[in-house]
Design a protein around this ligand. Structure first.
Ligand SMILES: [Zn+2]
Length: 162
């Protein structure tokens, strides 16, 4: 996926998750959306830094990098929500392109993707971006609304989301 697709995905994800976290329309909902927007968009842009440093779709497109971003809110109490953007970037690259990403790099250089992905420059790329974003928001809604409340609260608190 290209940068435009990743930013569109991250922006829609931030707004959707913000509204889910604070569903009653009020000033606080806008504050939550603003709180999520920049970290998620920055996280969504981060993996493609490996186009300049390292090997694209390998160096910064793998599970150890995601684990580092997950660890920051837990151990240092900062960079909350950035991991959502990184994870979303990975999902979009895996589901929305033919090439895939090296999930287990540097241990395994193989790139994993799905056969129904579309080329990055395809006219279907924006459609795939919106479909993947919809699936991500549906998953977010399931976590927020369907998990037993103590489990959902505990997981979100652990990850620095609440
Ligand atoms: Zn990428």
């Amino acid at each position: 996926m290209n940068k435009r697709g990743h930013v569109l995905n991250a922006a829609l994800l931030a707004v959707g998750l913000g509204v889910m976290v604070r569903p009653v329309p009020e000033v606080e909902t806008l504050a939550v959306v603003a709180e999520l927007f920049v970290p998620i968009v920055l996280g969504a842009l981060f993996p493609d830094v490996d186009t300049a440093f390292g090997t694209h779709r390998k160096t910064l497109h793998n599970l150890p990098v995601l684990a580092i971003f997950l660890a920051y809110p837990i151990y240092f109490g900062n960079l909350q929500w950035v991991w959502v953007g990184v994870l979303s970037h990975y999902l979009l690259d895996v589901l929305g392109s033919k090439r895939g990403i090296a999930l287990f790099y540097p241990l395994w250089r193989r790139e994993f993707g799905f056969p129904f992905g579309v080329p990055v420059r395809s006219r279907w790329s924006p459609v795939v971006t919106l479909v993947v974003t919809g699936l991500e928001l549906a998953f977010g809604a399931a976590v927020i609304h369907w998990l037993p409340a103590p489990m959902a609260e505990g997981a979100l608190t652990l990850l620095g989301v609440r």
